[in-house]
Design a protein around this ligand. Structure first.
Ligand code: ADP
Length: 509
């Protein structure tokens, strides 16, 4: 299970309140004495925000599980150039090495005599802080921790051997790695935990000070030095892609295999958050096709929705294949599959006619002038529901691809957040909703006639979508063989997930 932890401080006297830190903790249950897995009772989210967090947690889990693979791929793809930044005058990392031993006593353990996870974390931070202070000869400030991973339990009577060293120093921050092992009088050392901590040294104005460079220690140092660079890149990707609000993530984020996981997360979570807004206003309704809008200071979002007489999984499989969308959407003039990244993510190039009033595929860029075609490079990410009551999701956002620069004679359009959610509605029907979010000035002229209930193109496109789905309600033999191929593809990725689950954090809290 994932637990979201926020720590904040308040000063009642001054009436101030500030956030100190934020973390996600993953807990797993221990097996029974007979070695059986314990199945947790499913969590039932109730409120609006609980539902949203519930479904975003599934996205975070995906990212967590791929973390080690991403580092491996980054190093293999030489994104991290070996040897970069090692300077002659650099400080030898060996000089920052710290080792300490703690004896686990009863106050350090819970009622099952397992050492408190928090206690181990505190000891690890202590040694890391000492290692960091040896480099900067000042008091370092802990800025972030790249995952504490509990690999095995430790108990009262164990000695905990804690070792830390500065792995790399960047301009204003450094990464200190810590490894915790447990041992008894006899027997081998057991690996308990490893974590990477980011420290800064603040000057009197509270600004991070420039830090000396590091020369890696000769044995494992070079590898750790490079891995620290890979972790820094991941943190930056996370910061710029995941933790920002959707509207703040630049549209021109270049897609590459190393940030694919974050872009995919951003794509899906943005659509889930848009769908979860509770201030949607019904603007117009015609033949059970409803148009909703929600206005933000500079953004406008709309949702067109209708129930279709098609089972949700079938509607999902039909709508997630963008290359067949021209069959029902006149705004999709051409659609080329550029790359099937994995079973759930694909990159497409879509060509649309010049944006006219009411185009469902409206973009955030201005219509490129009369008669000018537009093209889009889209990342399409699809997800099945994580629980009953959760919709299928097909999310779309623009990315840039060095292999697909803007085409001459066409305007490059950009999609901020768009896509479908498909909710299973018994018996065997689906509630299909199409979303699009864009800047208000650009979108409003195109949908105002629809909002006023006067027409039009949204309604027609959506009816055509409904017709297409109903017409293809039953899969053809061709579809079935394609489905089998895709499901065997996704099964292999599920078995990867299983493999990674085995390595998930064991906790002793
Ligand atoms: P890795 O070597 O792949 O980083 P480990 O779990 O072995 O993974 O170690 C985690 C971190 O702990 C290392 O990156 C390093 O910073 C620190 N560390 C490991 N072994 C030692 C050691 N003998 N002395 C000082 N620090 C160490």
């Amino acid at each position: 299970m994932e637990v979201d932890v926020h720590v904040s401080c308040e000063d009642l006297f001054l009436g101030r309140h500030w956030r100190v830190c934020h973390a996600y903790a993953t807990f797993v249950t221990q097996r029974t004495k007979a070695g059986k897995k314990v199945m947790l009772k499913p969590l039932a989210p109730h409120s609006h925000s609980e539902h949203l967090e519930y479904s975003l947690a599934a996205e975070r889990r995906r990212v967590r599980m791929l973390h080690d693979d991403i580092i491996r791929d980054l190093l293999a793809s030489r994104v991290v150039e070996p040897g970069v930044d090692v300077q002659e005058k650099a400080v030898s990392a060996v000089k920052t090495r710290v080792e300490s031993v703690e004896l686990v006593l009863p106050p350090h353990a819970n009622h099952q005599v397992n050492t408190f996870g928090g206690q181990i974390m505190a000891w690890m931070v202590n040694v890391a802080t000492i290692a960091a202070s040896r480099l900067c000869q000042a008091h370092p400030t802990l800025r972030g921790i790249d995952m504490f991973k509990f690999r095995g339990p430790s108990q009262v009577g164990d000695r905990l051997l804690l070792r830390a060293i500065v792995n790399n120093a960047f301009k204003n921050s450094m990464e200190v790695g810590v490894r915790a092992e447990a041992y008894q009088e006899e027997g081998p050392n057991r690996h308990i935990n490893s974590a990477f901590m980011i420290f800064e040294v603040l000057d009197t104005d509270g600004k991070p000070r420039l830090l000396p460079r590091i020369r890696p220690e000769p044995v494992e140092g070079r590898r750790r030095f490079e891995e620290a660079i890979a972790r820094k890149k991941i943190r930056l990707d996370r910061k710029y892609i995941i933790s920002r609000q959707q509207a703040e993530v630049p549209l021109s984020v270049p897609w590459d295999p190393t940030n694919q996981v974050y872009l995919s997360y951003n794509n899906v979570s943005a659509l889930k958050m848009l769908a979860a807004q509770n201030n949607w206003n019904l603007s117009s309704e015609k033949d059970q096709v409803r148009l909703f809008t929600v206005e933000h200071p500079s953004m406008l979002s709309f949702r067109v929705e209708s129930e279709v007489d098609v089972p949700a999984p079938r509607a999902f499989s039909l709508l997630s294949e963008l290359s067949t969308r021209h069959l029902w959407d006149p705004h999709y003039k051409e659609c080329e599959l550029i790359r099937r990244v994995d079973a759930d993510n694909s990159l497409y190039r879509v060509v649309t006619p010049p944006v006219r009033a009411g185009a469902v595929g409206s973009s955030t860029s201005p219509p490129g002038g009369e008669g000018v075609l537009q093209d889009f490079i889209l990342l399409a990410s699809k997800r099945k529901p994580c629980a009953s009551g959760d919709p299928y999701v097909i999310a779309l956002r623009s990315v840039t691809l060095p292999t697909h620069p803007p085409t001459q004679g066409l305007t490059r359009g950009e999609v901020l957040c768009a896509g479908f959610t498909i909710l299973d509605t018994p018996p065997d029907k689906a509630l299909v909703s199409y979303y699009n979010q864009a800047s208000a000035e650009l979108l409003l002229p195109y949908i105002s006639t629809d909002m006023a209930g006067l027409s039009s193109s949204f309604y027609h496109t959506f009816c055509s979508c409904r017709q297409y789905l109903t017409h293809h309600r039953l899969p053809t033999p061709q579809d079935l063989s394609l489905q089998r191929a895709v499901s065997s593809e996704s099964q292999s990725s599920e078995s990867d997930t299983e493999r990674l689950t085995a390595a998930v954090i064991r906790t002793q809290l």
